[in-house]
Design a protein around this ligand. Sequence first.
Ligand SMILES: [Zn+2]
Length: 228
Amino acid sequence: MTIYIDAHDDLHVEYQGIALTCPHCQTLAHLSPVAVPRFEDLNARRPKHAGVGFHCDACFEPVFLKFPVRAFTTDRVELSGNYIEIERARETFPLTYLPEEAESLFKEALSCYAAGCFNAFGSMSRRTAQSLFRELGERGKLELFDTLQEIRALAALDDETFGIMRAVLFGSDSDPWPNQPALNAEGAGVLVEVMRDLLYQTFVRKARLLQAMTFRRFVVPSASETNA
Ligand SMILES: [Zn+2]
């Protein structure tokens, strides 16, 4: 992808333009540049990065990207396609059914993930799990482990990935160093999905079932009405 700013301060993006998952409307949308740094200023100061303000074509909200500068020439400033998203799309989770402490810890975990801090995400996921173990007791912990085993089978996780997930969530802080495996973008992506399913199975599904059952009992017609 060739990206450059010309001498008239216009941003040129070849081929498809820039499309990403918008941090505001969560759709995969194209971006249109609205604030491009001046060619003259860039050439005079020669920074390592150039920041460009866009709007999302779907929702019109602002999106900011930072591009490494590849080269300064007489008629263009060439930018690298490896841009950095200043604000990444957030994962959506139904968190309202979680115990309060776990909810606030996991919200921070998701902020780490959105910021691309994958090991911080891993650490906060472990703290979320520790809070849940405290809340649910030893039996609850075993049930959570069973759910993780189910996820392993359903999602066909390989041994290595499963080992990492188990160590992150069920490992102990007193384990020999390093007591937590390092997480890269891929591992963190798997952990997001594991957490989503784990929390859904443990809390959301149960809460929704209970809600639905209460509703059924409430609206069920009495026997005399059914017979009439
Ligand atoms: Zn949008």
